[in-house]
Design a protein around this ligand. Structure first.
Ligand code: ARG
Length: 605
């Protein structure tokens, strides 16, 4: 039927060609060739992971599964170890792998060739980090994030959604996936009646008002809510206003638009501070699609009458999904169904991702199931795409362990929060520069830009580094500390590398082309290997929708660099040209991590 998602979006991306994609992907391709030679009668996906032991860099774990499935029988294999031996032997000769050996029940340990690793790093330095983009099996993603509500407060939860969503978007974009960044603002619903009436009452000249004139919108929302709760006559008017708005009455549409516009200005200020791009397609956008979408679902027999409402019963859930309220109005769920229909059929997205607090998990779970019942989404066992995912996150807590609030106000003003992070990081920077007498080297502009990069970066990183599902405690002291796993520490680490490079008398740009990376020292090799894992880390973070994976990588990378730098003299050593290139590669990869996390890297600190 016409409701099912288009088939054109389901083709997987072309298989990775030799040399493209993550290192893990390339090893997997080689293992796949070996498996075809080893067990030609079996269709099996390669299982490749980073080596946990010290006998290899990557490992292939296929032998045991092949054996236990009985797939080894009928051939000459005596045991899983023998299958492992054959897999190792059948790995095609190439410049990637130096050697492969088999351990225990059949783990195939693969050692990468040092010169190949070195070449991969040097190629990246010459051709840019984009050559290290992973290859993902999707071409177009809808990322629904931030999405504050116009008639309610924009709280820290929306800040989390904004930060997490933006990072995910950046990671996909880096991986050459088209991302439709959607701000699904709550700009429709019954609360608008109250706001409109309050606007008429408070500002009879509302039509001429500029966007600043109402003053603080949060206060405006609160006051109108209070009026609504206390005065029955006002409440009555507000309810009629909703009807008139939805009926399309000019004056009410205009007032609604005005309120949205004022709100939008406020949101945009935060997005600008955070350097986040979003395209607003609010709930109102999907409103006209709701009737036809519900009509389709009805004709499939999915919608039933229940206690005056129209609902979809969903297996595993006691309460049905309400799609038309008892008063005939549409709700959050009906809008989300229409939006999903639109995203699948009009925008032809293959993966639709929603970033909200975990409290909404049940809602998403239910409406995803409804979409599957309607045949919009394939059975995940059969096909992977199109698919939907809910990216849930936990609460932001204050020092008291309760929901985070700032000192003076009940609501957290995001702009103020970022301002404070910036001013704190500025005063710390000033103090340090004054103490070590370096303040003379800094212009005011530099100071300002750096404190902003460090301060905002700290707020973002503190949010992103945790597994998103856990609650986290908001603490300026912690996030602005230069010790431990913080953005400040990482900014320092990066700036230090930049200063090493500056202090050397060699021309790095020239070296990239003419120099040669050698990974002779064990700590050089470890660093080099970790650098080339960059693509598979981004791949994993995208696949599992976990920005924390990238944070962990960034932090580990800086630790590995420290070990390398402690044990391998750079400036003034015979190995300086090669080691300088490793410094440069580390700085490039760190910067790219910062970029994906929405953090502006600084070059001196
Ligand atoms: N406006 C909602 C909220 O503040 C979030 C919207 C998320 N997106 C969606 N398609 N339901 O809770």
């Amino acid at each position: 039927t016409s409701t099912s998602a288009s088939g054109s979006a389901q083709e997987p991306a072309a298989p990775a060609v030799q040399g493209a994609g993550s290192v893990k992907q390339q090893i997997s391709n080689l293992v796949a060739l070996s498996l075809r030679a080893t067990v030609p009668e079996v269709d099996v996906e390669p299982i490749v992971e980073v080596c946990t032991g010290k006998f290899g860099d990557y490992q292939c774990n296929n032998a045991m599964g092949l054996w236990s499935k009985g797939k080894g029988s009928g051939t000459s294999f005596k045991n899983p170890n023998a299958i492992g031996q054959a897999i190792a032997k059948n790995l095609p000769a190439c410049d990637v792998i130096e050697s492969a050996s088999v351990a225990g029940p059949g783990f195939v340990n693969i050692v990468l060739s040092k010169s190949w690793v070195a070449k991969r790093i040097q190629d990246m330095l010459v051709n840019g980090i984009k050559t290290w983009a992973p290859i993902l099996p999707v071409k177009r993603v809808v990322l629904d994030f931030s999405s504050p509500n116009i008639a309610k407060e924009m709280h820290v939860g929306h800040l989390r959604s904004t930060i997490i969503g933006d990072t995910l978007a950046r990671m996909f974009e880096f991986s050459n996936v088209e991302v439709l960044r959607r701000n699904h603002v709550g700009d429709w619903g019954t609360q608008f009646g109250m706001l409109i009436e309050f606007l008429f009452e408070k500002f009879p000249n509302w039509e001429e008002l500029g966007s600043q004139a109402i003053g603080d919108l949060q206060v405006f929302y609160k006051a109108s809510k209070q009026r609504f709760d206390e005065d029955a006559e006002f409440k009555d008017r507000a309810q009629q206003a909703v009807v008139r708005l939805q009926g399309g009455e000019e004056k009410y549409r205009a007032a609604w638009k005005k309120i949205c516009e004022i709100s939008r200005n406020e949101f945009d200020q935060v997005y600008k501070l955070l350097d986040v791009q979003l395209e607003e397609k609010g709930e109102s956008f999907y409103n006209p699609y709701i009737p036809q979408v519900l009509e389709k679902l009805s004709s499939q027999g999915l919608i039933e009458e229940s206690e005056g409402a129209r609902v979809i019963f969903i297996q595993g859930h006691q309460i049905p999904l309400i799609v038309v309220k008892r008063d005939g109005g549409f709700n959050y769920a009906s809008t989300d169904l229409a939006a999903l229909w639109y995203r699948l059929n009009v925008e032809k997205a293959e993966w639709i991702i929603y970033v909200t607090d975990v409290g909404q998990q049940q809602h998403f779970d239910m409406f995803f199931k409804a979409a599957r019942m309607a045949g919009w989404l394939p059975d995940p066992k059969e096909k992977k795409f199109p698919k939907t995912s809910h990216v849930g996150f936990g609460l932001v807590l204050g020092a008291d362990g309760k929901r985070f609030r700032t000192r003076s106000t009940e609501v957290v003003r995001l702009g103020d929060l970022l301002d404070e992070a910036k001013s704190r990081s500025k005063s710390e920077l000033l103090q340090r520069l004054t103490e070590n007498g370096k303040i003379v080297d800094w212009t005011d502009e530099e100071l300002e830009q750096t404190s902003k990069a460090v301060g905002y970066g700290a707020v973002k990183y503190a949010d992103l580094k945790n597994n998103r599902l856990t609650n986290y405690t908001f603490s300026f002291d912690q996030m602005l500390s230069d010790k431990g796993n913080t953005a400040v520490y990482l900014q320092y680490a990066h700036a230090r590398i930049c200063s090493i490079i500056r202090k050397s008398n060699m021309d790095v740009e020239e070296l990239k082309v003419s120099g040669n990376i050698s990974l002779a020292h064990p700590d050089e090799r470890v660093l080099g290997l970790y650098l080339i894992r960059y693509a598979e880390i981004v791949e994993e973070a995208c696949t599992n929708l976990l920005p924390s994976v990238l944070c962990e990588y960034l932090y580990n990378l800086s630790e590995m660099f420290t070990r390398f730098y402690t044990n391998c003299q750079v400036v003034g050593s015979p190995e300086e040209p090669s080691r300088l290139l490793l410094c440069e590669a580390t700085a490039v990869v760190m910067r790219q991590c910062f970029q994906l996390l929405g953090i502006t890297p600084v070059y001196k600190l």
